[in-house]
Design a protein around this ligand. Structure first.
Ligand code: NAD
Ligand code: ZN
Length: 351
């Protein structure tokens, strides 16, 4: 088969011939990929930010496909089932899985205790075929009414924004929510926070094109944080106290600090971004604000719930896909995604 293979020495990736995957454990299935996509995390890997990723690793952790082969222990899936793959592979049985903490599955292959392994510890989804460990707990059957462009968001971006941004941030009806970062994850926060009936959703980014998009995704207001008075603009949109929920969806120190600056006393700061370095946390000023700060790796335990909402067309998730490619154009797709601002790209769908 062909797959997008990471070249550690060249810090690049190539669509190469590789051996087909085979069933290694009775709980595995093999999925023939129908659609896949690229995530900001894949860009981190090819930049060399994650040296733990082995040379020759097949990249990717999102996708939709058709079950092509099932292990002896798989009872609930059949050859021919159309499924969405979770970016997290989890056994569903260990102590953490039983708490819904799939992201820390104790039986995960590779790095014990971290459930995100596709395209990281094991071969991933930017391939014609994929071996899926613990398949019964790690794939979700898709109804035919859900298109590839809708279903592809369920693997990672949508549950990440919903679980780590919205559920952790605990918005209530009527709240003002601010979302810093308007990439696929931040826009997933914007879109799914509408389910809680906020009075305002303020999208904050440096890129005016992304802010324009944010309005299509449900933001009621936008603020460019490159503006000298961006903080006053946010305050003017609240009672003056600050926002009820501030979500960080960028992953750099300044945006986390900004989230703690704009939250009202008693509010929530939900950090979604993956940070590469320590962040200064002004505990001396913040202790008196009675705020709650949360963070985490997505569990994808909300996929069944989000799937129901997507299947009933309650969220226009197909808006995320801005570019479509075929599998043999995957290197071009990578280039477009790597230069997202230049191409006005949000999510690339690879068929
Ligand atoms: P992205 O790079 O596509 O989007 C980031 C956005 O932040 C861009 O629109 C950019 O213009 C904006 N931005 C950059 N600097 C800014 C600044 N100073 N102020 C305001 N906006 C700024 O990323 P994404 O795919 O949407 O992912 C967002 C973050 O979520 C990343 O850090 C990613 O690694 C992380 N993530 C976390 C999890 C998890 O489980 N916690 C899962 C997936 C992704
Ligand atoms: Zn991802």
């Amino acid at each position: 088969m062909k797959a997008l293979v990471y070249d550690a020495a060249g810090k690049t990736q190539h669509w190469n011939d590789v051996p087909d995957p085979t069933i290694l454990r009775s709980t595995d299935v093999i999925v023939k990929m129908a659609a896949t996509t690229i995530c900001g995390t894949d860009l981190h890997i090819v930049k060399g930010d994650m040296p733990e990723v082995a040379d020759g690793r097949i990249l990717g952790h999102e996708g939709i496909g058709i079950v092509a082969q099932v292990g002896d222990g798989v009872k609930e899936l059949r050859v021919g089932d159309r499924v969405a793959l979770s970016c997290v592979s989890s056994c569903g049985r260990c102590e953490y899985c039983r708490q819904g903490l799939y992201s820390h599955c104790l039986d995960a292959e590779g790095a014990r205790g971290v459930g995100w392994i596709f395209g990281y510890m094991i071969n991933g989804t930017l391939a014609e075929y994929v071996r899926v460990p613990f398949a019964e707990n790690s794939v979700y059957k898709l109804p035919s009414t859900v298109s590839d462009a809708e279903g592809i968001l369920l693997s990672d971006a949508l549950p990440t924004g919903f679980e780590i941004g919205v559920q952790a941030g605990q918005p209530k009806p009527g709240d003002v929510i601010a979302v810093i970062g308007a990439g696929p994850v931040g826009l997933s926060v914007v879109m799914t926070s509408r389910l809680y009936g906020p009075s305002k959703i303020i999208s904050i980014d440096l890129d005016d094109n992304r802010l324009k998009l944010a309005r299509d995704f449900g933001a009621t207001d936008t603020v460019n944080s490159g503006d000298a008075d961006w903080f006053d603009q946010v305050m003017a949109l609240t009672s003056g106290d600050g926002v009820d929920v501030a979500v960080e969806a960028v992953g750099i120190p300044v945006t986390f600090t900004n989230a703690t600056r704009i939250v009202r006393p008693g509010g929530h700061v939900a950090n979604v971004g993956v940070h590469g370095r320590p962040v200064e946390f002004a505990l001396n000023e913040l202790w008196i604000k009675n705020i709650t700060v949360t963070m985490g790796l997505v569990n994808t335990s909300s996929i069944p719930m989000l799937l129901k909402v997507v299947a009933s067309h309650g969220l226009p998730v197909d808006k995320f896909v801005t570019h479509t490619f075929s599998f043999d154009q995957v290197e071009q797709a990578f280039d477009v995604f790597q230069h997202a601002a230049q191409y006005n790209a949000l999510k690339v769908l690879i068929h």
